[in-house]
Design a protein around this ligand. Structure first.
Ligand SMILES: *Cc1c(COP(=O)(O)O)cnc(C)c1O
Length: 431
């Protein structure tokens, strides 16, 4: 495969950007090799700068549930942009997108649009702190919530810990307000509430943790979180930036039928443009400025182009049987690979929910915590990754990342892709 142009562009990019990229995983550090510079995307496929074609399972890390450059989305963007891209004043399209979401989502009553998932989570945490008058937040090891200071904190040693920063530049004082516990562990959460009575403003979790493998939680654990938050006057915050509109229109809240106090969205919500959102009950949202004392603002928040893209995308998602079809396609795809691996006795599990899947080189029936992922298994992923890339299949360049299937991946494409995956496994286990 010719990669000359990508190599040239990458070496140029290194003069402009740290590591040559504008977001770290793109640099291919965990799989090695040169990142492919993408020139074009249409439907389920992308083409790199050298003209190589790939069937795409990265979907820009999740947003593109209807594939690349979907006609409805592109039309909405261009028609809207022709009339101005942003005014810093309210527009009717904000109402439309909010109506579309709120009238189909019983878990939130009011919302606010922002411009990224990070911003949504950062604002939602401020809301929880502002409304509760408490400082501490409780998060789980293995969940990603964007790159705001309070959330770049990882577990230290011990069950309930103040953790360590996972980034330079985050003050100790911030870290002290973030309590980190393992997933799938009721006792750890109970211990945290016991250690910090009346101090925890909120418990934040990815109800479907999908940024560090796919760590599917037991429903009882999520139900337990709901109960312990209610009992202790803490808010339960579901970070649904990745699961929202992905496992169903109402995300994980709907899938598990659990009512969190605050929900954050991003990725799919903007149809491929930078949009995030957070929502809660009307009463809780009344704490947000200008109604209440919790300040939050944004120059480009709710801009008409992004709103139009979101409306087009979510309208497609609301079509009858959209999620049922997507899930059925995903199941057929993973079943082929799973059956092949079983027949060959390969050490492999595929975890999935809705149209999200994750390949783990493990024999464990369930992987529910960050700790349960064997770092050595990533060597195998690296081999698989490059085999797939060479054979026209693009995944996010890390074994800790999940894959996504879109509504425009055809059954034929998926069948062909599953065969290439199986051949890739032969390669992995031959070495
Ligand atoms: C992607 C993601 C974020 C961060 O969103 P950005 O738009 O990248 O800032 C936060 N939380 C979760 C669960 C995510 O998947």
């Amino acid at each position: 495969m010719n990669t000359k142009r990508s190599e040239e562009l990458y070496s140029k990019a290194k003069n402009y950007f740290p590591g040559g990229v504008n977001s770290p995983v793109r640099a291919f550090r965990s799989v090695g090799g040169t990142p492919r510079f993408i020139a074009k995307g249409k439907g389920s496929k992308i083409w790199d700068a050298d003209g190589n074609e790939f069937l795409d399972f990265c979907a820009s890390w999740g947003p593109l549930i209807n594939g690349h450059a979907h006609e409805d989305v592109v039309n909405a963007i261009s028609t809207t942009a022709a009339n101005g891209t942003s005014f810093g004043a309210p527009t009717e399209l904000e109402n439309h997108l909010a109506e579309l979401i709120l009238s189909n989502n019983p878990y939130i009553e009011k919302m606010r649009f922002v411009s990224s998932g990070t911003e949504a989570v950062m604002s939602a945490i401020r809301l929880a702190r502002g409304a509760s008058g408490r400082k501490k937040i409780l998060k789980f090891e293995g969940c990603y919530h964007g790159h705001s200071d309070s959330l770049l904190v990882k577990a230290g040693s011990g069950l309930v810990t103040f953790g360590n920063t996972s980034s330079a530049g985050v003050p100790e004082e911030f870290v002290k307000e973030t309590v980190v516990v393992p997933l799938d562990n009721e006792a750890a959460v109970e211990a945290a509430f016991k250690e910090f009575p009346n101090e925890i403003a909120c418990v934040i979790i990815e109800p479907i943790p999908a940024n560090n493998g796919l760590l599917l939680q037991r429903k009882e654990f999520l139900t337990f979180l709901r109960e312990i938050c209610t009992r202790n006057g803490a808010y339960l915050l579901f970070d649904e930036v990745i699961s929202g509109f992905r496992v169903g229109f109402t995300g994980a809240a709907g899938l598990y039928d659990i009512r969190p106090d605050i929900i954050t969205y991003g990725k799919i919500i903007g149809g491929g443009l930078p949009v995030g959102a957070y929502g809660a009950s009307a009463q809780l949202m009344s704490n947000i400025s200008p109604e209440g004392g919790v300040y939050q603002a944004g120059t480009l928040s709710g801009n008409p182009v992004a709103m139009a893209a979101g409306i087009a995308q979510l309208s497609l998602c609301l079509q009858k049987d959209f999620y049922t079809n997507l899930e059925a396609k995903t199941k057929a795809f993973t079943a082929t690979i799973r059956n092949y691996a079983a027949q060959k006795n390969y050490t492999l599990r595929i975890f999935e929910t809705g149209s999200i899947f994750w390949i783990a080189f493990s024999n464990d029936e369930a992987i529910r915590t960050a700790e349960a992922i064997d770092p050595k298994s990533m060597e195998k992923f690296r081999v698989l990754y490059h085999y797939l890339l060479e054979n026209g299949i693009y995944l996010g360049p890390s074994g800790y990342e999940v894959g996504f299937i879109s509504s425009v991946h055809t059954e034929d494409e998926l069948k062909r892709a599953s065969e290439i995956f199986c051949a890739g496994l032969d390669r992995v286990f031959a070495s």
